[in-house]
Design a protein around this ligand. Structure first.
Ligand code: NAD
Length: 347
């Protein structure tokens, strides 16, 4: 079986979980990593046994061995690197959001069409096994017609210094966290007809994070053609570890998914241990450690799907195509615009 050669851009948090996940996937081979931080790149190469390292991501794109560029750097670089990689003849996998500005996302869609290379918008929630199962039950009619849904990602604040600055992140907790439920509901229900948003004011007008230029709490109400509603939320005011939930209320039932704490494992530790769950403050006392985050948050099935799309011609899931990433960013942008202008935004 031919292996797919992957070059990862970004050697920290997201780069780490991508590489750890790729290593679990048959047919994937990491051939290079690029990062401007020399110390981080060196440590990453040693830790993961990666053959080649580049300071400049352009060199990774020029590397003839690299077939797929996997973008795991801060948000403001997603568009620039995706466009350069597509132009360089590579397939692209990009972490969320697609870009920090709508016009840049539009350019990615244009470049993807022009070059005919594949672009994968990496919304892992679409592949999370619990959400996959929920989708199956919904599609078979198990809860009747979906009427109202809500989904949120929340934790106590991103670890990444890039996430705190508007010019690097493109916004605050909505574009960084709320983008997950938004992408998942786009996968399920498609594009809403209108959006209303409410966000904390950023900086000193935030609820708990004056150091974040973007908002630390945000909510969007998405209205669909048939008057059904979806509420999406992203907040940085949640202590105790990442809290990701989805609820879908139907005419004949309802579904509740607890993505981060919904597992069979409870631990009491008097002295604490190394790791419980993403963004957990500490591990002493009673904790609910994740059993396997790379699986439960969808990364494994997501990257495996992308690999099969390239190597076997499998059709891309709705919600992962370039035009989907663009639509999802249109929804996020409309939430911000609605909050700024104090009115409902219609598409
Ligand atoms: N899907 C998810 O659940 C999830 C979770 C966390 C992060 N992310 C996404 O992953 C991306 C990276 O986030 P992170 O938490 O790993 O950030 P991070 O700050 O931990 O790491 C970013 C890395 O990018 C490097 N970098 C910066 N500029 C660069 C450049 N020009 N060329 C090459 N490398 C450069 C930095 O040196 C750093 O090592 C973000 O877009 C974030 O939204 C997704």
């Amino acid at each position: 079986m031919k292996e797919l050669n992957i070059g990862v851009v970004g050697a920290k948090f997201a780069g780490d979980f991508h590489v750890k996940t790729w290593k679990r996937i048959t047919g994937a081979r990491i051939v290079a990593v690029a990062d401007i931080d020399n110390a981080a790149r060196k440590e990453f190469i040693e830790q993961h046994g990666i053959p080649k390292g580049y300071e400049d991501y352009r060199k990774l794109i020029e590397d003839p061995e690299v077939e797929v560029v996997d973008i795991c750097v801060p948000n403001f670089l997603h568009a620039e690197i995706a466009i350069a990689a597509l132009e360089g003849g590579k397939h692209v996998i990009s972490e969320k959001p697609m870009a920090t500005r709508l016009e840049d996302a539009e350019k990615i869609v244009e470049t993807q069409i022009k070059t005919g290379r594949k672009y994968f918008y990496a919304e892992d929630w679409i592949f999370a096994p619990a959400l996959r199962r929920a989708e199956g039950i919904l599609k078979e009619g198990g809860i009747g017609k979906p009427l109202y849904s809500r989904g949120k990602e929340s934790h106590g604040g991103s670890h990444s210094p890039f996430a705190q600055k508007l010019k690097f992140c493109g916004g605050g907790s909505m574009i960084h966290l709320g983008v997950h439920p938004t992408g998942f509901f786009y996968h399920l229900f498609g594009m809403p007809v209108s959006v209303t948003g409410s966000c904390s004011g950023g900086g000193n007008r935030n609820l708990n994070h004056p150091e974040f230029e973007g908002e630390d709490w945000a909510l969007g109400i998405l209205t669909y053609q048939d008057e059904t509603r979806v509420v999406v939320e992203g907040n940085y005011v949640t202590r105790g570890g990442m809290d990701d939930t989805v609820e879908i209320y139907g005419s004949e039932g309802l579904i509740k998914v607890d993505l981060t704490f919904g597992n069979p494992l409870s631990v009491f530790s008097a002295k604490g241990y190394s790791y419980a769950v993403e963004k957990a403050d500490f591990t002493m006392g009673w904790t609910r450690p994740a059993v396997d985050e790379h699986l439960s948050l969808g990364y494994k099935d997501e990257l495996e799907h992308f690999l099969r799309c390239i190597t076997e011609g499998v059709e891309q899931e709705k919600g992962t195509r370039a035009e989907d990433g663009y639509d999802i960013l249109r929804i996020i942008d409309a939430i911000y615009r609605s909050n700024r202008e104090g009115k409902r935004i219609t598409f």
